[in-house]
Design a protein around this ligand. Structure first.
Ligand code: FPP
Ligand code: MG
Length: 296
């Protein structure tokens, strides 16, 4: 199963997409893809099959987002809390990731043709080394693509992300590259895993659960949040369109106008930006080192 799929829409769905596109379209949609195990239970199959169906739904949803004109998507693929699940399930999810990232590298030409940039946001040091290496390679080969961005939150929680950002800031103060007076929201924001992305305009959680599960807590202060009853593997284009219509009502009611997205190009010309540039350089070196490490 490819990451890039052909359209699955019939003519009525295509017409509905066209109508919804006449309104404001979110530039960044985040998904909490919840309900894979309940789906597996309902269909009487193994949990890992529920997650595999969840992956198929992810690829289908990405295609719908492209057709709608949404340029950036972030999905919660594996939370740090998920490491507390049974060994069998965690191993099954890591194996799925291994296969899918290997598949992604095998179809790199298709990804490059479609201009898709893959970013994995999360604490990579917690996952098996061979999966880290595949992820690092996927990020490196697609890093300059800009037609569409897919952020996969993998081994991620917001509390971990904010903790790591605070550590980066503390390191800067300890090494005297930063002053205590330099610390503000922008600096913390620039040290987050997600610093390259605009805040999500719309967050969709499936499966009827009304909670945020430690996902993008810093980033969603002005985000419209849509809870759908459907289990993730059963999510349809109609559910996506309902969520986007909700976003359109939400922005109209609040008179929110999508902020113009400036490309986040950092100029390292003062103490603070020079420090942030160094942090990014070290992160890039970490990714490059992983991609070059021989895995046993
Ligand atoms: C939540 O459902 C889903 C997950 C923990 C995993 C989601 C992962 C995918 C859809 C595929 C990921 C893609 C890659 C590349 C690895 P749940 O397990 O909490 O189900 P439940 O709420 O019914 O218990
Ligand atoms: Mg769940």
């Amino acid at each position: 199963m490819s990451w890039i799929r052909d359209s699955t829409l019939n003519w009525i769905q295509r017409l509905a997409v066209k109508i919804v596109k006449s309104g404001q379209i979110p530039r960044h949609v985040a998904f909490i893809m919840d309900g894979n195990r309940r789906y597996a239970n309902k269909k009487n199959v193994e949990k890992v099959e529920g997650h595999t169906q969840g992956f198929y739904k992810l690829t289908e949803t990405l295609q719908w987002c492209l057709e709608l004109g949404v340029p950036e998507v972030t999905v919660y693929a594996f939370s740090i809390e998920n490491f507390k699940r049974s060994k069998e399930e965690v191993d099954g999810l890591m194996d799925l990731a291994r296969k899918k990232f290997q598949g992604l590298l095998d179809e790199r030409d298709k990804l490059m043709e479609n201009g898709v940039c893959i970013r994995v946001v999360g604490n990579l040091s917690l996952i098996p080394e061979d999966v880290q290496k595949l992820i690092a390679e996927a990020m490196i080969i697609t890093k300059d693509n800009s037609k569409a961005v897919l952020n996969l939150a993998f081994s991620y929680t917001s509390r971990d992300e904010i903790t790591q950002a605070v550590k980066d800031v503390v390191d800067g103060v300890k090494s005297t590259e930063l002053l205590v007076e330099d610390i503000n929201e922008d600096l913390i924001n620039d040290c987050l895993y997600t610093h390259k992305s605009p805040e999500p305009d719309l967050l969709i959680r499936t499966s009827g659960e009304i909670r945020l599960s430690d996902f993008l807590l810093w980033q969603i202060t002005s985000t419209c949040i849509y809870f759908a009853e459907v289990l993730w593997p059963e999510f349809t284009v109609w559910d996506l369109l309902a969520a986007v219509l909700y976003y359109q009502r939400c922005t109209y009611d609040l008179r929110l106008v999508a902020k113009k997205v400036e490309s986040k190009h950092l100029i390292c010309n003062n103490r603070i930006t020079s420090y942030i540039c160094n942090v990014y350089k070290q992160r890039q070196m970490f990714i490059e080192n992983i991609s070059q490490t021989a895995v046993q």
